[in-house]
Design a protein around this ligand. Structure first.
Ligand code: MCN
Length: 783
């Protein structure tokens, strides 16, 4: 990227050449991040800081028969070793808040009570003068376990004979939900010409943010707690910490400095930050906890892990009549936060981009002896879109139809919006075909299908290099935004502007995009805008960054506040100029009397606002706060397509080309939007080709480090060719929709569709390792 501030050329954006909206502004936060000047949680070290480390369960399922901490307590530099008995004897409830589940199911304790339910569950907390001594003392704590039989597979867990995790959850079912209408769907299936079926696994993933979870807790009897931590939602964490510690929200300040990636798992409340705060109060010393990579892998909320049987009913002319899905979603050892409720809502996106009259989805969220599962980038949307987009390719094969043609025949038309799906989603706006055609054109779909090597429904013939190639296309929708967000805009006396938002960027570039929005609204230069997030003491109560919501709710909140500031500035300017506010026009930072020459600048108005002589009837100061609530979700959409090359001798897959055409409405900063797509696609490719979480049958996590867990390296990710269409959301004045999760949703079905096309099979479960693909080719050849 060389150009700093080019106006964009996509129709529908950047119409005003002077506007910052639509410009490819470079991220202003990057200089500090890239040169190592940025401060992360682990950089914070107040005087007297001591270090917390956890003794973690070595078993997936076991009763705790005894804990002997005497040797650890006697070690040099060790300040305390704590167990559940200590937490239980303290005023803190010590259990993470759990909503939406049977109240008889005990919530996750910050230290294990009398039983451990997953490998890595924290059992005891050791605090020492430095982290090395803390780590040595962890090894000196003796735990006596009585192992129990474990269950790690969510389907197996629903067997009445399977080990039960909680008495109150029979057959280990945490919660269940049904979406759509069963009878209508049955009728659609009986009336349809054909049905196809798939049984698939949406593989469990572990978030691999560069920065592990971390917290530094300080306690003062007069001021309460200050918890500096890695957080996607500082106000949310304040609330949850107050619950776990048993104190009032006003007694806690959460500060979240730079956050080195989150991908969902830094939005959830884990034992680490709560235990650091608990220990800080106990010891009256600042307590730092930084998870090790393995600690993060063992216990940082995992994602996905669905088992689904799904069917699609279709007529011979390609009209899709219905979709039916039955899913068992793993939630691990405890339903972390709302984590048990989250997967049962996944069915809401099963309609993808299509007009399907009948859909029915049943989901059960199930406890197993594995790490708690919560949301991982996409959180339910990738799981749903994967089901539908895989079914469509299988149906096309059954019909002998081009899978793109089958999609084209069923796409929703632009005049059908707002569109209510049979599974309870209301799509705000969409124009799906142009995005799909753009992607097909870019990948060269028709030329690919015309190649002599292409053999529909069977393994394609190898090219001269011996590799078989395949093309895969996936359409998607992404529900973005929801809830409310806070935005405060404050003009300072010299006309500089501070912006505070309740969201918290952990890689998304909010400092740049919010500044662009406010600079436009106030018509002042970008350099004069200063954006802050991440401190509950400075920022009006907000919600946080997840669900690709920040641009829509946070963006509109700061813009509305800027507009309120400008309205007041106009009143002050009018008084200064001695005319009615209606007789004042504003352009490029200057108020001018209509048909006159007198002017006053925005900076001069700000100076007056904080002077001793504010005009009569006007309160001093120049700031405004907005709590913006979105009217509903805005539905981003697009089409991703890729070409893969498969080595038939080894099953190795390489993605040779990847095209992403996304439509997130008006784009604030297309450069950042591209970056978000790149990151999301890289993670989607990780899920499709490399990332597999393995537990053995005792519930031991086998992939507890980056040696064993296949996060894609730069060389594993192909160049990503991005493009866009622009269909504004009618639900908000900016016309924006979110983009943060699009790539993780679209990439897995695009990649798997391409491999299945190359080797001529119906389905191979992710990740598409060489072994799995080779076996699929071998079994296809046998038939
Ligand atoms: N943007 C834009 N125009 C739009 C939409 C978005 O210019 N129409 C810009 C935004 O202004 C913002 C960025 O794109 O700078 C992402 O905005 P948005 O889609 O609103 O998403 P959020 O900021 O709420 O980010 C959340 C999303 C999620 S849910 C995960 S998980 C995720 C992600 O973003 N985790 C990330 N992107 C990540 N990127 C990095 N580097 N690291 C993570 O952990």
């Amino acid at each position: 990227e060389t150009a700093d501030s080019e106006p964009v050329d996509v129709e529908g954006t950047g119409s005003d050449e002077d506007a910052y909206m639509g410009r490819r502004e470079k991220r202003r936060e990057d200089a500090a991040l890239l040169t190592g000047r940025a401060e992360y949680t682990d950089d914070h070290e107040p005087p007297g800081t001591v270090h917390l480390a956890f003794v973690r369960s070595e078993h997936g399922h076991a009763d705790l028969e005894g804990i002997d901490a005497s040797a650890a307590e006697a070690m040099d530099g060790v300040l305390g070793v704590y167990t559940w008995a200590d937490v239980d004897a303290s005023p803190s409830p010590g259990r993470l808040p759990l909503s939406g589940l049977d109240p008889d199911v005990p919530a996750h304790p910050i230290l294990a009570t009398d039983r451990v339910r997953y490998h890595g569950q924290p059992i005891a907390a050791v605090v020492a003068e430095d982290r090395y001594r803390a780590r040595d003392a962890v090894d000196a704590v003796e735990i006596e376990y009585e192992p129990r039989e474990a269950v790690v597979d969510p389907r197996a867990a629903t067997d009445p004979d399977a080990p039960q995790l909680f008495e109150a959850a029979s057959d280990n079912v945490a919660t269940a939900a049904e979406m759509g209408d069963a009878d209508t769907t049955d009728e659609a299936f009986s009336a349809a010409d054909r049905t196809v079926e798939i049984d698939l696994e949406n593989n469990r993933l572990i978030p691999s943010a560069l920065e592990p979870r971390a917290a530094v807790a300080e306690f003062d009897a007069d001021d309460g707690f200050t918890v500096t931590m890695t957080s996607q939602s500082p106000h949310g964490h304040r609330r949850k910490l107050a619950h776990t510690l048993g104190v009032r929200e006003g007694e806690i300040r959460v500060v979240s400095p730079r956050v080195g990636g989150g991908f969902g798992h830094k939005g959830h409340h884990h034992p680490g930050e709560a235990m650091a705060a608990w220990c800080a109060r106990e010891l009256e010393r600042p307590v730092k906890w930084t998870a090790t990579r393995s600690g993060n892998y063992l216990e940082g909320a995992h994602g996905r892990d669905h088992r689904t049987t799904a069917e699609l009913a279709v007529d011979d002319d390609g009209s899709i009549r219905g979709v039916r899905a039955e899913t068992v979603a793993n939630v691990g050892g405890y339903g972390l936060g709302g984590g048990a409720r989250m997967p049962v809502r996944y069915g809401r996106l099963l309609s993808s981009q299509y007009a399907i009259d009948a859909i029915h989805c049943e989901t059960r969220a199930v406890f197993t002896n594995t790490a708690p599962i919560h949301s991982y980038r996409g959180a339910g949307r990738p799981e749903a879109i994967y089901v539908t987009e895989r079914l469509i390719d299988i149906a096309a094969d059954e019909l002998g139809m081009d899978p793109v043609e089958l999609r084209r025949r069923n796409l929703l038309e632009p005049d059908e919006f707002p569109y209510e799906t049979p599974v309870g989603a209301t799509y705000d706006s969409g124009d799906y075909e142009p995005a799909m055609e753009k992607a097909l054109e870019a990948i060269g779909y028709d030329e690919y299908r015309d190649r002599p090597e292409f053999r529909p429904g069977e393994t394609n013939a190898p090219d001269d290099d011996g590799l078989v190639r395949g093309v895969g296309v996936a359409n998607y929708v992404e529900s973005t935004a929801g809830g409310f967000e806070s935005g405060l805009v404050r003009a300072l006396p010299d006309g500089d502007v501070e912006v505070y938002a309740g969201t918290h960027s952990h890689g998304q570039g909010h400092e740049t995009t919010y500044a662009q929005l406010v600079a436009d609204a106030l018509e002042v230069p970008l350099e004069r805008i200063h954006v802050s997030e991440g401190d509950t003491a400075a920022i009006p109560t907000g919600t946080g960054t997840f669900g690709s919501r920040s641009t829509l709710v946070g963006g509109n909140a700061v813009v509305e506040s800027a507009e309120k500031v400008l309205a007041k500035a106009r009143q002050i300017a009018a008084a200064e100029l001695g005319v009615d506010p209606e007789r004042v026009e504003y352009e490029d930072g200057t108020f001018t009397v209509l048909e006159g020459d007198e002017t006053v600048s925005f900076a001069e108005v700000a100076d007056v606002a904080y002077g001793w002589n504010t005009p009569d009837g006007l309160e001093p100061g120049l700031e405004a706060t907005t709590f913006y609530e979105s009217e509903g979700a805005a539905y981003t959409f697009g089409t991703h397509a890729c070409i893969v090359a498969v080595d038939p001798d080894t099953g190795d897959v390489e993605i040779e080309r990847y095209v992403a055409v996304d439509d997130c409405g008006e784009r604030v900063n297309p450069l950042i939007v591209d970056g978000q797509v790149h990151g999301g696609v890289a993670q989607g490719i990780g899920q499709a080709l490399y990332e597999a979480v393995a537990y053995d049958e005792d519930g031991t996590l086998l992939t507890d480090s980056m040696d064993d867990y296949g996060v894609p390296r730069a060389a594993d990710v192909p160049p990503i060719e991005t493009d866009a269409t622009v269909t504004p959301s009618p639900l908000n004045d900016l016309g924006v929709k979110g983009i943060g999760e699009a790539g993780t949703i679209a990439a897995p079905p695009a990649a798997v569709n391409a491999v299945c096309d190359a080797i001529g099979v119906d389905h191979v479960d992710m990740p598409l390792t060489g072994e799995r693909v080779w076996r699929a080719i071998a079994s296809e050849q046998k038939e």
